[in-house]
Design a protein around this ligand. Structure first.
Ligand code: DX5
Ligand code: ZN
Length: 225
């Protein structure tokens, strides 16, 4: 495992007060470099969140990286609108993208970093021929659609398998992101298994002190290096 790994925390705005998303961004803007933004379409996942207009509105209030996680069917048509709205990273679900190489190329051509998200039940082996075309892999550690669910420990095995495969292929620049049920108790195991970027919603925004929660999560995560 590369000693150069840089561990980052991406608070998920899904757990913030939707009536004060600007406040949620401002609160953590100095503490983190990335905000994770969940886009749900009510079809691929049984919930609806926000669209490009809200992302564009938030874009006015921070220079942080916007990590836009598309939980939508037919993601290709949404790459342009979310990029225009200010997305820096765009991930699409493997389960929604039959022409994955083309989708990833479209994301990269738009100027964003491209990611592939995997549902808990999806084998990582299907990524073998697109690992060169992706900038990061997002391993879902809950079934997508809702915040506040319990972390699925099977995702640690998946992270390890992906980290091993990336190392074997010499793809040290491809990052591994984990999303769902991440908190201070599992952060070090997650990093030990190979994750670089930890998404955390409830354990940050639903805590009494989100700033302190970020610091604790990062400290615990880095202990896993
Ligand atoms: C779930 C989303 C996650 C969610 C995680 O579908 O993709 O990003 O915000 O929330 P927590 O950290 O509460 O599990
Ligand atoms: Zn997410």
């Amino acid at each position: 495992m590369s000693p150069m790994r840089n561990i980052q925390l991406a608070p998920s705005l899904l757990a913030a007060d939707f009536a004060d998303l600007r406040g949620a961004v401002k609160l953590l803007d100095d503490a983190v470099d990335i905000f994770h933004i969940d886009i749900m379409d009510g079809d691929f996942v049984p919930n609806i969140t926000m669209g490009p207009m809200i992302v564009a509105a938030l874009r006015q209030h921070t220079d942080a990286v916007f990590d836009v996680h598309l939980m939508v069917r037919n993601p290709d048509v949404w790459i342009g609108p979310y990029r225009d709205a200010g997305a820096d990273w765009i991930s699409v679900h493997y389960e929604t993208a039959p022409h994955l190489e083309r989708t990833l190329s479209c994301i990269r051509e738009s100027g964003a970093r491209a990611g592939i998200a995997l549902n808990p039940g999806t084998y990582p082996d299907g990524l073998e021929y697109v690992l060169n075309d992706t900038d990061f892999v997002l391993v879902m550690s809950v079934n997508p659609g809702f915040g506040g669910q319990n972390f699925l420990v099977s995702s640690l095995k998946k992270l390890s398998a992906l980290r091993t495969r990336l190392d074997e292929k010499g793809l040290s620049l491809v990052q591994l992101e984990i999303d769902g049920g991440v908190d201070a108790t599992n952060a070090s195991d997650i990093v030990r298994a190979g994750a670089d970027i930890l998404v955390a919603g409830s354990s940050v925004y639903r805590s009494e002190d989100p700033l302190q929660a970020v610091e604790q999560l990062l400290a615990n995560a880095r202990a896993g290096l």
